[in-house]
Ligand binder design. Structure first.
Ligand code: HEC
Length: 250
């Protein structure tokens, strides 16, 4: 009976692993924030924000971010004020009980291009462009998947019929996506002289999305290293103390 149980468990877990492995060939990429000492490259994050602003923001919101969060990636207070002031938010009610528009401030959340999901769907052929605030956490293979997706547009193979308003993409589930290819070479001008080819632009925007999903990443990794060092030192002290205490016991 027991053997049967183990056999069944073994077979089930085997097939689950097999299902998993179909996704294993997701190409991985070099990221500055990977590994135990990983950090964000602020210049890349600032370029990534520019890409978000100039390309993705037209369709995708990032509602969990505040303009003041941009100071985290190296923008000055004045720059953040200037960025925020380019957006309009609905505020109120005022003393007369009316809602009014004003320009955004650093303490406001990122303003979305669409008023609501229905408007977003109506403008995108019925598909909903998901909020990008924590998208690297919301998708398997996070940053690697999103990067591959952004540069994964191709002509469909001959035997595949792509639906109306859909585009062929190697990495999307079912290979069809309602998002038209957003990034091409030179889609965004960089001020810091970085080559603005398609891959670089995709890489920068993905780094920005990683930061927005895990702004605490550097602190967390730093703490991890400190914890390891602490236990190494503690371990050495305890070991020496033990040797000393037991020195005369034979
Ligand atoms: C013209 C509108 C438009 C623009 C511009 C756009 N997207 Fe999208 N995006 C969409 C739509 C619509 C979907 C939903 C696709 C679907 O469900 O088939 C989507 C889906 C996505 C997804 C989720 C894919 C998945 O696995 O479900 C990601 C990630 C994404 N977009 C990132 C970006 C980034 C990054 C940019 C900027 C470089 C961008 N998008 C620009 C419309 C847009």
């Amino acid at each position: 009976m027991k053997i049967l149980f183990f056999l069944v468990t073994f077979l089930i877990s085997g097939s689950l692993l097999a299902a998993e492995s179909s996704n294993k060939n997701m190409p991985k990429h070099e990221w500055s924030f990977k590994g135990i000492t990983g950090t964000f490259d602020k210049a890349a994050l600032q370029r990534g924000y520019k890409v978000y602003r100039e390309v993705c923001e037209g369709c995708h919101s990032m509602k969990l971010l505040y303009y003041r969060d941009l100071m985290d990636i190296g923008f000055s207070e004045a720059e953040v004020k200037a960025i925020a002031s380019e957006y309009t938010v609905l505020d109120g009610p005022n003393d007369e009980g009316e809602m009014f528009e004003r320009s955004a401030r650093p303490a406001d959340r990122f303003v979305s291009s669409y008023a609501n999901e229905n408007e977003a769907r109506a403008s995108n052929n019925g598909a909903y462009p998901p909020d990008l605030s924590v998208i690297t956490k919301a998708r398997k293979h996070g940053e690697d998947y999103i990067y591959n997706l952004l540069i994964g547009y191709e002509e469909p193979p001959e035997n595949i019929e792509v639906g109306d308003g859909m585009y062929y993409n190697k990495w999307m589930d079912g290979n069809q996506i309602a998002m038209p290819q957003p990034i091409y070479d030179e889609s965004v001008d960089y001020d810091d002289g970085t080559d603005n080819n398609e891959k670089q632009i995709a890489k920068d925007v993905v780094a920005f999305l990683k930061w927005s999903a895990e702004p605490e990443l550097e602190v967390r990794k730093n703490l991890g290293i400190k914890a390891i060092l602490f236990f190494l030192v503690l371990g050495t002290v305890v070991y020496l103390a033990k040797n000393r205490l037991w020195r005369r016991v034979h």
